[in-house]
Design a protein around this ligand. Structure first.
Ligand code: SAM
Length: 260
């Protein structure tokens, strides 16, 4: 099922692209990584340059544990060779590998903007292959974002399957929650159609955002907080505290958004 590179995957990577998901990983997965017998983390499909594994290692070493070891895995051998000068063993290394994780048993895998190259029908197998190779208690964060990392979303999974969906928006540049629909994970991006739960959620956010137009003069953050409160009141099981909403993250249990 592994896919050769297409022209769309070539080019440089914005160094801030994965900062929002990395901040979320530190807060949400930090305890699991601290408890791990082996603090091994895989950045799966890091792309044309090693910038995202370099940043992940720095973020986790500073915010979670200094002995973290990040391995960047890439299916493309040219990209593995190109990344090697950035290696800093044992904390940061690069190797060729795919969903089988090159035989590693990591505590955490981040796979960003990888599955979007695949068919929706391949997602479940890819998830199963990765989560079946995690260390006990291990986690997979699989998602998508835009070039600048302002809009994104990801699924948190463990060996039992998907646990949550998180939507992420940099609030200072958010025009409308409907734009999040363009950056859904592969498992959901084709499901933003009437009758699907994720469509119901995006619709509820959009409706509440419009109703909260009166908050616009106070800035997008106040308008977003009002939006989230309103959506929660209509029964959507939003998991985060208001402090997390303030930063533009919205997490729901997977069953609330799963495809029908
Ligand atoms: C668009 S780039 C994403 C780069 C980086 N993760 C980011 O978000 O900026 C996708 C990368 O995934 C790699 N890839 C595709 N399928 C893969 C697989 N099964 N295992 C590892 N890497 C894969 C491609 O070679 C490509 O470099």
């Amino acid at each position: 099922m592994e896919r050769p590179l297409g022209a769309a995957t070539r080019g440089t990577t914005n160094p801030n692209r994965l900062r929002r998901v990395d901040n979320w990983i530190v807060e949400t997965c930090g305890d699991a990584l601290r408890a791990a017998a082996d603090p091994l983390v895989v950045d799966l499909g890091y792309g044309a340059t090693p910038v995202t594994p370099v940043e992940l290692r720095a973020r986790l070493a500073a915010g979670v544990r200094p002995d973290v070891r990040v391995v960047g895995l890439e299916i493309d051998p040219v990209r593995v060779a190109a990344a090697r000068p950035a290696a800093d063993p044992p904390g940061l290394t690069f190797a060729r590998g795919g969903f089988e994780l090159a035989g590693l048993r990591p505590a955490l895998v981040r796979a960003f903007n990888v599955l979007r190259q695949y068919d929706e029908s391949e997602v479940a197998d890819a998830w199963r292959t990765v989560t079946g190779r995690l260390a006990p208690g291990g986690l997979l964060v699989e998602g998508t974002c835009d070039e600048l990392g302002r809009l994104g979303s990801w699924v948190l999974l463990d060996a039992a399957g998907p646990r949550t969906l998180t939507l992420s928006a940099k609030l200072t540049t958010l025009e409308t929650p409907a734009t999040l629909a363009e950056r859904l994970p592969k498992a959901l991006i084709h499901r933003n159609v009437p009758g699907e739960r994720i469509h119901g959620l995006i619709d509820a956010l959009e409706h509440a955002w419009r109703s909260a137009a009166g908050y616009a003069p106070f800035g997008p953050r106040q308008r977003w907080l009002q939006t989230v409160e309103a959506v929660k009141e209509t029964g959507w099981p939003i998991l985060d505290t208001p402090r997390t909403w303030r930063h533009g993250y919205l997490t729901l249990p997977w069953p609330a958004v799963a495809p029908r």
